[in-house]
Design a protein around this ligand. Structure first.
Ligand code: NAD
Length: 272
């Protein structure tokens, strides 16, 4: 432990169970000396284990549906009360596609569901930042991070409409990040994470094959949820003060690979 977040305060969205990237991040933030409020959609309070995490990390839970502005306003103002001051970090770790959940093929999208998934997965990031910005809730040199996936740049057919949601999310990070940087000296970045076995990740069709393929393709192997937590800590710390408007890959090198020996192997055997 490095005490990288000593005295810093924040909000962590999206811890559902111990596999969640946000769960691991909360544990690491606590170890680094940071204090935070945990939040999730009211339904996740009933289904998930967030209370366990709150006890473990001595943090309060303030429920909020991240698509609901009133909930977000209440969350941001209460978090500052509970923590005793403005915020230094926020993690947006939220994703959900109704089309994915219901197994609807991309070419058959139900647009009401597309809209819902976009609101939850992408627009909620804008809403969160708008509330933080309007309440002037962030300290100077604070850091806001959202989690994304490389399907925003390249085709992964089974990622479905989440690919579009992630492209939108990454764009919001740049667009809002400009104003947050210029006006409040706050940085905004997205981390593009390897496939990770969580509730959201495993909802993607063919996930097991997909994660094994990514692992074979990446020279360092897939980044785990803990790797993502550690990277996030570095972005919340004062060691990355002028990193902003970036989409940062935490993927063992996958995003710059064309092909690896391990992935080529079965094709070479066919040739023999
Ligand atoms: N698991 C992966 O393979 C992977 C890869 C790259 C990026 N990501 C991203 O990481 C983030 C975290 O996902 P995870 O993999 O830890 O899965 P997870 O299922 O543990 O977390 C997703 C969270 O979103 C929350 N959520 C859904 N609707 C919400 C709403 N309306 N308001 C507030 N919260 C809501 C859920 O309750 C849950 O806690 C997501 O943005 C996901 O897209 C995941």
């Amino acid at each position: 432990m490095y005490n990288l977040l000593k005295g810093k305060r924040g909000i962590i969205f999206g811890a559902l169970d111990e596999n969640s990237i946000a769960w691991k991040t909360a544990e690491r933030v606590k170890e680094e000396g940071g204090a935070f409020v945990l939040t999730n959609a009211p339904i996740a309070m009933r289904m998930g284990k967030i209370k366990e995490l709150a006890e473990k990390t001595e943090s309060e839970i303030i429920p909020a549906d991240a698509t609901n502005l009133e909930d977000l306003e209440n969350l941001v103002s209460k978090a500052q009360e509970v923590l005793g001051g403005k915020l230094d970090f926020v993690l947006h770790s939220i994703g959900m596609s109704v089309n994915v959940r219901k197994g609807v093929h991309y070419t058959e999208s139900n647009y009401d569901w597309t809209h819902k998934g976009w609101d939850v997965s992408a627009l909620s990031f804008h809403k969160t930042m708008q509330v933080l910005y309007k309440q002037n809730a962030m300290n100077e040199w604070g850091s806001i991070v959202a989690l994304t996936y490389m399907a925003a740049q390249r085709v992964f057919p089974d990622y479905n409409d989440m690919a579009d949601n992630k492209a939108y999310l990454e764009s919001i990070a740049r667009s809002f990040g400009y104003f947050f940087g210029r006006d409040k000296k706050v940085r905004v970045n997205t981390i593009s994470q390897s496939p990770t076995p969580t509730t959201a990740g495993q909802g993607v069709k063919g996930f097991d094959g997909f994660i094994a393929y990514a692992d074979k393709m990446s020279p360092l192997g897939n980044a785990t949820a803990m790797d993502c937590a550690n990277y996030t800590i570095s972005l919340f710390s004062d060691l990355t003060k002028r990193v902003t408007l970036q989409n940062l890959y935490n993927d063992g090198g996958f995003s710059n690979m064309g092909v690896s020996d391990a992935v080529m192997e079965p094709f070479l055997k066919q040739e023999e």
